[in-house]
Design a protein around this ligand. Structure first.
Ligand SMILES: NC(=O)c1ccc[n+]([C@@H]2O[C@H](COP(=O)([O-])OP(=O)(O)OC[C@H]3O[C@@H](n4cnc5c(N)ncnc54)[C@H](O)[C@@H]3O)[C@@H](O)[C@H]2O)c1
Ligand SMILES: [Zn+2]
Length: 326
């Protein structure tokens, strides 16, 4: 059972004890908290712990924690002895609705995030939304960004439900929250099943992420959660869709209002704009000044545009960073 050190008492040890009670020989493997643990060095430590615990090709790694633990544990499970079984037990909203489903695993390099990884599908994803009761509001909001993304690209009805019910209402209604999380897993799973290795429709899931990743790269020491960056990214990409004549202004407007109601993409963002522009220009997907970008023409729909001028995306990024109002 791999978990983050602060989660040992509340979730890691109870998970280990439950497995032991069910007859498994289970060992707890705590790792230091935070994105800085998504490294090859930390993976190396875990391989050592796996050997010390005498794990073999019939063993299973359980990832109990947020997306960092899921990505790191998934990477180790996908490579230790050429791959052993993995069970994801996500405990943040972001990992419950996004990171735990789909089989992408990774560690970071000093040069950038998620640069080394494998596709390794979990045998099972076990989600207990009661764990969200201890999650700080800021992480809940960041997780909501990926929910808004799923609604924007694939489910207009869910988008309307999010507009109608504020975050506190979802948190206070356990069954509605479970259905919301399950619906998000279903959307992600459907897209991934159609395109497991990101050759086509899986690109939809990158909505808001081209600009979002550029903002993360430019945030430097200013701490910016992934979901927070994606929220700004969606604002920018919605503005772009309007300026390209692909979407009505109302689409960008409704999305900006929903994000603001969730405490996301509000107010000027402190990023180094030059670095953000540079990060966009260095995006892997750029060819001859244009790039491939998933855009939302109407809420609940997504199209991949092949020829988006990077210069226009830069303008949209500046607008989204500047004020967040549309
Ligand atoms: N593989 C994928 O498809 C995919 C998709 C999206 C994001 N990611 C990755 O996920 C990571 C971000 O994940 P995250 O947002 O879950 O961050 P995280 O894993 O760092 O968790 C955020 C914080 O919440 C704490 N925490 C976790 N569960 C808790 C709980 N129930 N109560 C209280 N505290 C809790 C963690 O210890 C941590 O301090 C990034 O590395 C990102 O690259 C992967
Ligand atoms: Zn994301």
């Amino acid at each position: 059972v791999v978990t983050a050190e602060p989660l040992v008492a509340a979730y890691g040890e109870p998970a280990r004890a439950a497995l032991a009670a069910a007859g498994w020989s289970a060992t707890l493997m705590p790792v230091p908290d935070g994105e800085s643990s998504k490294t090859l060095a930390q993976a190396g430590q875990l391989y050592g712990a796996c050997l010390a615990a005498e794990l073999d090709r019939g063993s299973t790694l359980f990832a109990v924690g947020g997306g960092v633990i899921g990505d790191l544990t998934g990477f180790v499970a996908g490579t230790y002895m050429r791959g052993i079984d993995l069970v994801q037990v996500p405990t943040t909203l972001l990992s419950q609705v996004d990171a735990s489903v789909g089989g992408k695993t990774a560690v970071d390099l000093p040069q950038g995030k998620n640069l080394v990884g494998v596709f390794h599908q979990p045998r099972k994803v076990v989600i207990d939304t009661a764990t969200l009761g201890t999650l700080p509001l800021r992480d809940l909001r960041a997780g909501m960004a990926e929910i808004v993304k799923h609604a924007a690209i694939a489910d207009a009805e869910m988008f309307a439900a999010l507009e109608a019910h504020p975050l506190e209402e979802w948190l206070g209604a356990p069954e509605a929250l479970q259905r919301l999380v399950a619906r998000n897993c279903q959307i992600k799973a459907e897209v991934v099943v159609a395109d497991p290795r990101e050759k086509g429709v899986r690109a939809w899931l990158n909505y808001g992420h081209t600009v979002g990743h550029a903002m993360e790269a430019a945030a430097g020491h200013w701490d910016l959660r992934h979901g927070e960056a994606v929220a700004y990214g969606m604002v920018a990409e919605a503005l772009l869709a309007v300026s390209l004549g692909l979407a009505a202004p109302e689409v960008a407007q409704r999305q900006a209002e929903l994000l603001a109601a969730l405490g996301l993409a509000q107010g000027p963002l402190q990023v180094d704009l030059d670095r953000a522009r540079q990060a966009l220009w260095h995006d892997k997907k750029i060819e001859r000044g244009t790039l491939k970008l998933p855009l939302v023409p109407a809420l609940g729909q997504c199209v991949v545009r092949q020829d988006v001028p990077v210069s226009e995306l830069v303008t949209a990024l500046e607008q989204a960073c500047g004020c967040g109002d549309v």
